[in-house]
Write a protein that binds this ligand. Structure first.
Ligand code: SF4
Length: 341
């Protein structure tokens, strides 16, 4: 599982007004990559491919280097106060990924080079809430670690929040390419989280991401670098032998993590859910998926803008919470469960 290298690369001409834009241009030229240009990172059209299925796959390996215009941050409950927008899109192919619906016709990856302007906006949000601390989530619209070996934006952000008085950074990843982040001066202000799951879920529904063993190895490196560590178990997905599958995951984590990581560990638990529009997109992009998307089997929960989601039945939900909560207590008694949703 090699670090991501885009097949197609586009630049917004304005990106070259920023140091990171120039650096990336040089880097891609040295790699022998053809550079294409686009007037706006929101308008990359005519990607190659004979049909939607192929175009979708090409888009997921296309990188657009652009300038982030909207510097108003979205809120990011329950894990943080705000989403900090360094990138949009992801090269992974998780069948259930919520980005499939939120990114609609633009599944290509965008990285933003006006990083200082994004930091300035974050500073204003922090000032507004001071002396309360403000948490920023860097992985709401992408798997930021997956492209950071190219941009090092996340590394800068870790060091930026390390120096801040009232800011905290958090992000989650399914990738193990973390080595360049290990020596960042984080000052304990970044919570580095990994998305973990039962082996069945990773193998069947998370193509294009790092395997479980690699994620665990990366988590141990991150713990050794003294980052506060966390795990998001999402989506919790009921399948034959799920209790045992999740138990094995906890056993592996417990066996491999260094003791110091176990003292300040957080868990976030998110059950599988889908919306009707998501189901349509998933069935189009991953027609062979085994992912169970039967509305009849689920409970409907009203959501924002009239788009409700299908979650597990109350008794299933209670069982999941009890089983996984029990594993947390058994294997990591000092850890905290931040939420189950
Ligand atoms: Fe989506 Fe995360 Fe998978 Fe990327 S790694 S496809 S962001 S779920």
């Amino acid at each position: 599982m090699k670090p991501f290298v885009p097949q197609l690369i586009y630049f917004e001409p304005k990106a070259l007004d920023y140091p990171l834009g120039k650096q990336l241009l040089e880097k891609f030229k040295e790699m022998g990559k053809e550079i294409l240009y686009t007037t706006s990172h929101n308008q990359v059209r005519n990607l190659p491919g004979d049909n939607d299925f192929q175009k979708y796959r090409v888009a997921k390996s296309t990188l657009v280097v652009g300038v982030r215009k909207t510097l108003k941050f979205d809120t990011s409950k329950p894990s943080a106060e705000y989403a900090i927008p360094f990138a949009t899109g992801c090269m992974g192919h998780c069948h259930y990924c919520y980005l499939q619906t939120t990114m609609g016709s633009k599944p290509y990856i965008r990285t933003y080079v006006n990083v200082d302007e994004i930091f300035d906006a974050a500073e204003n949000y922090m000032k507004e809430r001071a002396p309360e601390e403000t948490r920023f989530e860097a992985s709401c619209t992408s798997d930021i670690v997956g492209i950071d070996h190219l941009t090092h934006t996340l590394k800068r952000a870790i060091e930026y929040f390390g120096k801040s008085d009232h800011g905290k950074l958090r992000f989650v990843t399914k990738f193990h390419h973390v080595d360049h982040l290990l020596d960042a001066d984080h000052q304990g202000k970044t919570r580095f989280r990994f998305s973990m799951n039962a082996d069945y879920v990773i193998k069947n529904f998370e193509p294009g991401t790092s395997p479980l063993a690699k994620r665990i190895e990366a988590a141990t490196k991150v713990a050794d670098a003294d980052y506060p560590l966390g795990f998001i178990i999402a989506p919790i997905y009921l399948h034959d032998g799920w209790q045992d599958g999740y138990k094995k995951l906890f056993e592996q984590l417990e066996a491999e993590l260094p003791d110091k990581a176990k003292k300040d560990l957080t868990f976030e638990l998110i059950q599988h859910r889908f919306t009707k529009p998501a189901k349509r997109v998933i069935e189009k992009n991953y027609p062979m998926t085994k992912l169970e998307l039967d509305e009849e089997q689920r409970r409907y929960k009203w959501g924002k803008y009239g788009i409700g989601k299908y979650i597990y039945q109350k008794d299933e939900e209670a069982e999941m919470k009890e089983v996984l909560g029990g594993y947390i207590e058994k294997y990591f008694p000092k850890a905290s469960l931040e939420y189950f949703t």
